[in-house]
Design a protein around this ligand. Structure first.
Ligand SMILES: [Zn+2]
Length: 415
């Protein structure tokens, strides 16, 4: 039977608020010298991360072996370790101070998560060419389409459509290497306008490769089988080549480029879908993804994916599966209100009578209630249950069960 339900209002923007927006630009170093400095700075971040981590891990392990409390780890204490390291490392002194120090902020955060029991131990960074470096406020300046990075120099920012937030205040710049290119993700503090409540709400069910709404729309994520086949082939070829060889590295890079292309397409689709959903209703009800993993088997999505993906299960599934978190984040800033509900049993509950039974799902696509005979598209039925949970939550927060009919909105059957 339905367990306790979690209802989390994720966001609500009915008044103007100040918030943050990340915009990705191509970063054009312009000269080989600047490109080299950028690469050394990113490399230095990795060096400092690994050196400080090795020390911290030693302290951590010896404390644990002695049965003592692990040492306190904060950005401040790690920052001090960096200052000492920099003093005895001449080549670090030629590189910008703040961005390299800032990498330890992420390490301190990782340690804090570990101590709270929310994450694994921070790991060493391998040299893979995907280095990144964050320039915190004060270590960069943006004028028009030029960003001036401390100790590196001025560089062009390129983006189709330019800066969508010309009034935004740039707070930090994250620079990362993507293949042979550099990207700069600028975080702006922006004022987001009021988004009026139009009284409409939409339930959203996210399944393998598709998004289904409570009003019956099915938005399928397009899959380029050609690109996926190419990716598989490149990985296969790379695996056959001798480890450490140039030819293998070349193929690994080609495979990475294909993977980026697939990711870009997925992202583009997610942006378009989230925009469409946000425009349809002010309130969007989604599944709480933090409990998604626990309920995945009950929903029969991971163990029994749709028949259309069964043949190419492995890779397809992983590609289709990733990104629901991204889609939801996009909804959170595009829609006026996003509510997350516990998705347990939303796919096994009859929307008409509230009966819960796994037997009501004769197949992946169909819902046929074993109690009242109500039939519907399985995902549409689930989306309606999700909507009912979310809209009931606004009036009677936390105190409703999935099988309480009166909390449900009357929705006519759209076949
Ligand atoms: Zn029923």
């Amino acid at each position: 039977m339905p367990k306790t339900l979690r209802i989390v209002p994720l966001c609500s923007i009915h008044d103007p608020v100040r918030t943050h927006r990340n915009i990705t630009y191509r970063l054009v170093p312009g000269t080989a010298v600047r490109a080299r400095k950028l690469a050394s700075t990113a490399g230095a971040c990795r060096y400092v991360w690994n050196t400080v981590l090795a020390d911290q891990q030693g302290l951590y392990l010896s404390a644990r072996a002695a049965g003592a409390e692990p040492p306190s780890v904060s950005f401040f204490t790690l920052g001090k370790a960096y200052t000492q390291l920099r003093r005895v490392t001449p080549w670090l002194q030629e590189l910008p101070f703040a961005p390299i120090r800032y990498t330890l902020k992420y390490q301190a955060d990782a340690w804090q998560r570990l101590f709270r029991g929310q994450g694994a131990r921070p790991r060493f960074k391998a040299r893979r060419g995907d280095d990144r470096v964050t320039f915190p406020g004060g270590s960069f300046r943006i004028e028009g389409d030029v960003v001036r990075l401390a100790r590196i120099g001025p560089m062009r920012l390129r983006r189709r459509g330019g800066n969508p937030y010309p009034d935004g205040v740039p707070k930090q710049v994250a620079v990362k290497r993507v293949g042979k290119r550099w990207h700069a993700v600028v975080c702006y503090e922006v004022e987001v306008g009021e988004r009026p409540d139009d009284g409409r709400a939409l339930g959203i069910d996210m399944n393998v490769g598709q998004v289904t709404t409570s009003d019956g729309a099915i938005l399928r994520q397009p899959v380029s089988s050609m690109l996926m086949a190419r990716h598989r082939r490149q990985q296969r070829v790379a695996a056959r080549r001798r480890k450490g060889s140039r030819r293998r590295l070349r193929m690994v890079r080609r495979a990475a480029r294909t993977a980026r292309k697939l990711a870009m397409r997925r992202r583009n689709w997610q942006h378009q879908m989230s925009r469409r959903l946000a425009d349809r209703a002010a309130t969007l009800v989604v599944e709480d993804l933090r409990v998604r993993g626990m309920t995945a088997s009950a929903r029969g999505t991971v163990e029994q994916p749709g028949t259309n993906v069964q043949q190419k299960a492995g890779l397809n599934r992983s590609i289709l599966h990733t990104g629901w978190g991204d889609l939801r984040r996009m909804l959170e800033y595009k829609a006026a209100t996003v509510v997350a509900v516990h998705p347990a049993y939303s796919s096994q509950t009859c929307h008409a009578c509230g009966h819960v039974s796994a037997a009501s799902r004769p197949c992946q696509a169909q819902f046929k209630c074993v109690s009242c005979g109500h039939t519907a598209h399985a995902d549409v039925n689930a989306a309606r249950n999700i909507l009912a949970l979310g809209t009931g939550a606004t009036g009677r927060r936390g105190a409703l069960a999935l099988a309480t009919p009166q909390t449900r909105q009357p929705v006519s059957e759209a076949a």
